[in-house]
Design a binder for this molecule. Structure first.
Ligand code: AMP
Ligand code: GLY
Length: 425
């Protein structure tokens, strides 16, 4: 069948690579894609916020399956509109994507279904929120209800910080996303990510990962979209993964089905591993970026078959297989990220880096400029290495990074440090 993939980042390069490797995939189109996805299919210019245009494209190109990468089109209801037009599409409906689109929605579902998460209250009134924090104390966590591109969470160590966050969010600093805030208890523990493939009724594990959100070595500096990741996350032992499935993922699917909004797609659970067990920090309604760049290179079974089965409510017919190898990805970002960056600097050495064994160089924010590849965003490349251990995968990734000639970019030098410490014992 012909497949259309929506998105343009490193996650979509990794998806394009795995989708195009499937025997079920005839032609692959990516809208809008990037120079990396162009190696696996045809990039097309399509306004993905114009659902009618996407549907028309699918009809003209005889697209049998649409895979949506990022959250915005999911929350905007692209899957609903495609489905209504008779086009099979992977990802949750608009109503089900609320699990990512509204923190208040997810917290209420957790409360209703007994899913372990931080205690919380919802507020639309700034004074009421501040009074609540004065009574309950700090540290506390202030979250904008809606999608805020990574700026919607403030872990406040002092009343002043908490109050400033409340004023900023309810005062309109994040637009409509902050009109309501969730105030929640501060959780202590190690963070890890757990992915599940869901068909509305059933879920199967889709791998584990850990990432590094801070921009500088030693997990210092401002938060980013992620400076690197690795999979598997050994801290999520088989026992803990079974608990996550039984205590968090399965009750969520049951609750969503009971509400008449069954969840189909990838459910990405951000977890805090507390001394009382795993607790849900947040859900994403899609694969992670850069987590996909370490998950999919380890998947040895057919991705298209698995996503189609999830779409058709037939996950009981699928068993996923994974490589024994570990994967680690290093994000190369433009100097200045996560602040303002300059676009257009040339990146050399990509072929040399990509030619190394057990290395995949994913494009995230690049652009083809005649015969040159140039930087076109903040997070620009994701250099993934594979190895028998995270330690080996890290060595591979940094060996490849050293082949990339790009003075206008930088990367962290310590991606995976926690896992390396664990492997050293
Ligand atoms: P989120 O966007 O909800 O994943 O939050 C971003 C980051 O804020 C998380 O990765 C955590 O590091 C931190 N965070 C969110 N909620 C809590 C919490 N209740 N307790 C401690 N840290 C949190
Ligand atoms: N890496 C975090 C995310 O995809 O949301």
């Amino acid at each position: 069948m012909n497949i259309l993939l929506i998105g343009s980042g490193g996650r979509e390069h990794a998806l394009a690579r795995s989708l195009s490797a499937s025997a079920l995939c005839q032609r692959l189109f990516i809208a809008p894609g990037n120079p990396g996805t162009a190696r696996h299919g045809a990039n097309v210019t399509l306004d993905v916020t114009d659902h009618r245009a996407v549907i028309d494209f699918c009809r003209v190109m005889a697209i049998g399956f649409v895979v949506v990468g990022p959250e915005a089109p999911l929350v905007a209801g692209l899957v609903d509109d495609l489905t209504a037009a008779g086009i099979k599409a992977f990802g949750p409906s608009k109503a089900a994507a609320q699990l990512e689109g509204s923190k208040a929605f997810t917290k209420d579902l957790c409360a209703e279904c007994g899913i372990p998460t931080a205690a919380y209250r919802r507020f639309t009134d700034a004074e009421a929120a501040k009074t609540y924090i004065r009574n309950y104390g700090v540290p506390t966590v202030v979250k904008a209800d809606g999608l805020a591109a990574g700026k919607g969470v403030v872990v406040a160590m002092s009343f002043e910080e908490a109050e400033a966050a409340i004023d900023m969010m309810i005062g309109g600093g994040l637009g409509a996303a902050g009109a309501e805030v969730v105030i929640e208890a501060f959780l202590e523990g190690e963070e890890a990510s757990f992915f599940a493939l869901c068909d509305g009724a059933k879920a199967i594990p889709f791998g584990t990962a850990q990432d590094h959100k801070r921009v500088f070595d030693g997990d210092e500096g401002p938060n980013t979209g992620g400076m690197g990741a690795y999979s598997p996350a050994a801290v999520l032992t088989p026992e803990l993964q079974a608990r996550v499935m039984h205590e968090i993922i399965e009750p969520t699917l049951k609750g969503m089905a009971a509400r008449g909004t069954p969840y189909k797609g990838i459910l990405y659970a951000g977890l805090m591993l507390t001394k009382d067990g795993p607790k849900l920090i947040e859900y994403n309604a899609r694969l992670g970026d850069p987590e996909t760049q370490v998950l999919l290179p380890r998947l040895t079974s057919d991705l298209v078959e698995a996503l189609l089965a999830a779409c058709d409510g037939k996950l009981d017919t699928v068993s996923l297989t994974w490589s024994d190898k570990a994967a680690l990805t290093v994000v190369m970002a433009a100097n200045g990220y996560p602040g303002a960056v300059e676009k257009g600097s040339e990146i050399r050495g990509l072929d040399k880096a990509g030619a190394l064994d057990d290395v995949i160089v994913f494009h995230a924010g690049t652009k083809q400029d005649a015969d040159r590849i140039v930087a076109n965003g903040g997070r620009v490349l994701n250099v993934t290495g594979l190895g028998r251990t995270i330690t080996e995968a890290q060595a591979k990734a940094y060996e490849a990074v050293s082949q990339v000639d790009w003075p206008e970019g930088f990367c962290r030098r310590d991606i995976g440090w926690r896992a390396l410490e664990r492997e050293r014992g």
